[in-house]
Design a protein around this ligand. Structure first.
Ligand code: FEC
Length: 306
């Protein structure tokens, strides 16, 4: 029998408990320990979302759903393992688990649809290094932010959320994604163009002419980050006479701290202060259309490889 093909699903990762927050934050900071104040602030944000770490469960549910779809399509032919950027099981652990399962070829993907050298590129570099060390051949799915299935899913999520606003309200759709250090502009990085392309495609499919794009969740480091930040955009929209804002966080695929705190708590509170009704779309999560498109992309890589 031919050996199975490995699928390495990579995602950001989150702590499993409050005791792990410091190690997690230190890992995000590439080994630089955060100050006491920064640590307390991060703990405060996790407490504000109910003292939970929803990203872990959500990522695991997505991986299970993908495993089931691949198993149904190619019984016994694929082994799926998770590898996280900043928490165990790390990307390197995921590659090792695939090697131990007897695979020789690995297809890697990140649960983030848009490519940047500073985000997805870093996942790939670590996975490639681990695959090289383990003697595995690796290929990667670099992006899927313009996949028609993702656009259709996001279109439906935008349309359903817009319908729930009171009929007379003037609503702006704000597409958003995680900010990155502004130095990516000098690197000719595709991140911003890919985010705008997704925004344009979803807006056109949903028949939405009134939209804009904003970044969110910029890190607390001294260097400049990409903007405008969503918190700056809200007062300007209020001043332009908008009564509602629908945030569509297209740079993410599930709920986590940057959604549940930065948008659902912080941006919503800022909206309330301004008299703006701030809402957001439901995330793709384990919707069969989202999981199906990941499986399609994996099969396309295999088709080109076989
Ligand atoms: O729910 C959770 O526990 C994790 C939520 C979470 C996601 C996420 C996604 C991305 N990040 C990206 C880039 C950066 C850069 C820095 C940075 C810092 C943090 C901190 C926390 C955090 N990130 Fe994150 N990110 C999440 C959480 N991120 C917590 C540290 C405290 C803070 O700054 O708020 C800055 C590093 C530094 O300080 O040097 C850069 C990017 C994504 C989206 C793509 C992806 O998922 O990989 C890009 C989810």
């Amino acid at each position: 029998m031919k050996e199975p093909i490995g699928v390495l699903v990579m995602a950001y990762g989150t702590p499993r408990s409050f005791a792990e927050i410091e190690a997690y934050y230190t890992h995000i900071r590439r080994g630089r320990r955060p100050s006491e104040g920064e640590l307390r602030d991060l703990e405060r944000r996790y407490r504000a979302i109910g003292g939970t770490f929803p990203l872990r469960e959500n990522t695991e549910r997505q991986v299970r759903a993908l495993t089931d779809v691949l198993e149904a399509r190619r019984p016994g032919a694929m082994v799926v393992r998770l590898g996280l950027k900043h928490a165990p099981p790390f990307i390197e652990d995921g590659v090792e688990a695939l090697r131990a399962a007897g695979v020789r070829r690995v297809v890697g993907l990140v649960l983030a649809p848009h490519y940047s050298a500073l985000s997805v590129g870093e996942y790939f570099a670590r996975a490639q290094k681990a695959a090289d060390a383990a003697g595995l051949a690796a290929r990667f799915i670099e992006r899927y932010g313009d996949d028609p299935a993702l656009i259709a899913l996001l279109r439906d999520r935008v349309v359903e959320a817009l319908r729930a606003f009171p009929p007379a309200s003037k609503v702006k759709v704000v597409f958003s994604a995680h900010s990155l250090p502004a130095r990516i502009r000098a690197m000719n990085d595709p991140y911003e163009a890919e985010l705008l392309a997704t925004s344009r495609l979803v807006a056109a499919a949903a028949g939405v002419a009134d939209w804009t794009f904003a970044f969110q969740s910029a890190g607390q480091t001294p260097e400049p980050w990409l903007g405008p930040d969503i918190r700056e955009v809200l007062p300007a929209l209020r001043a332009e006479g908008y009564g509602g804002v629908l945030v569509a966080p297209i740079g993410f695929v599930t709920e986590h701290l940057e959604i549940c705190y930065d948008l659902d708590i912080e941006a919503r509170a800022e909206g309330e202060r301004l008299g703006l009704d701030v809402r957001r779309i439901r995330m793709p999560d384990d919707d069969p259309r989202f999981i199906g498109l990941l499986a399609d992309r994996i099969e396309a890589v295999l088709g080109a490889w076989e």
